[in-house]
Design a protein. Structure first.
Length: 257
């Protein structure tokens, strides 16, 4: 797996992950509820980050259920949650307890993985027959037509830098096909796109992210200080409205025995 560019030990990463959870957890929880995961279920979240979804899952599957949360780095994951098991692991190394889980889910993980299809193979193999696999990943299509032109230029540079880091910000559109190729049934997908303005939660998230990575962005030659300053100023302007990501949620079920 390529080096994760937003290492958990960077200054401000705990706050950035907390904000990301506030922005994305409602969509993630809604998808899990739609799949009917409840009391007594065995669940696995891969790439759990701060563990907010898995902590919620631990309460949802109680009593009698089991929630496992996996990440390469568990330093920011919530601990001491009843019914939640934290485990350090790399999904590219193989399935987690093959054929055991009623729900296997991963969010904003695959676009950082060198071989996303291999990771999905291991995710699917971790689910029991009849179990559900839920994947949520970004598609940066809205950013490619962002306004005004200088913001679009910023995103063009960001995406060029990302490709150099091994990050695929268009993974979301490929999730359904991946699941279908692996023989999952009842594959369905939907996408949500936030329309936000400067000063809002998403604008603050991007300000924090860009500030955290600024030195690396400039050093890459894909972005310069002028474009970055212009983008950061827009993120602070309540009169500026934009869209950046279409988060795609794709789910399917493993064929029963």
């Amino acid at each position: 797996m390529p080096e994760y560019v937003l290492d958990h030990h960077q200054e401000g990463e705990r706050e950035r992950l907390a904000l990301m959870s506030r922005l994305l957890d409602p969509m993630h929880r809604g998808q899990i509820e739609w799949l009917g995961v409840g009391s007594g279920a065995r669940t696995l979240e891969v790439g759990c980050g701060n563990g907010s979804v898995s902590a919620w899952l631990a309460g949802r599957v109680a009593p009698g259920g089991r929630a496992v949360a996996v990440d390469l780095d568990l330093s920011l994951a919530v601990a001491d949650v009843p019914g939640l098991e934290l485990r350090q692991a790399d999904i590219l190394a193989g399935p987690v307890e093959p054929g055991d889980f009623d729900l296997v889910t991963a969010r904003a993980v695959l676009h950082h993985v060198a071989d996303a299809e291999a990771a999905v193979v291991n995710l699917v193999a971790s689910a029991r027959p009849g179990g559900a696999v839920l994947l949520i990943e970004p598609d940066f299509l809205p950013a490619t037509v962002a306004e005004p032109p200088e913001v679009r230029a910023f995103w063009k540079g960001w995406l060029a830098w990302s490709r150099g880091q091994g990050i695929d910000y268009f993974t979301g559109r490929r999730l359904s096909a991946m699941l279908a190729r692996l023989g999952l049934i009842d594959v369905e997908a939907t996408a949500e796109t936030a329309h936000y303005n400067g000063g809002s939660g998403w604008a603050v998230y991007w300000r924090q992210t860009v500030i955290e990575l600024r030195a690396r962005l400039v050093a890459s030659g894909k972005l310069d200080d002028r474009l970055i300053d212009t983008f950061l100023a827009r993120c602070a302007d309540p009169a500026w409205w934009t869209q950046t990501i279409a988060f795609t949620a794709a789910a399917g079920r493993v064929r029963g025995e």
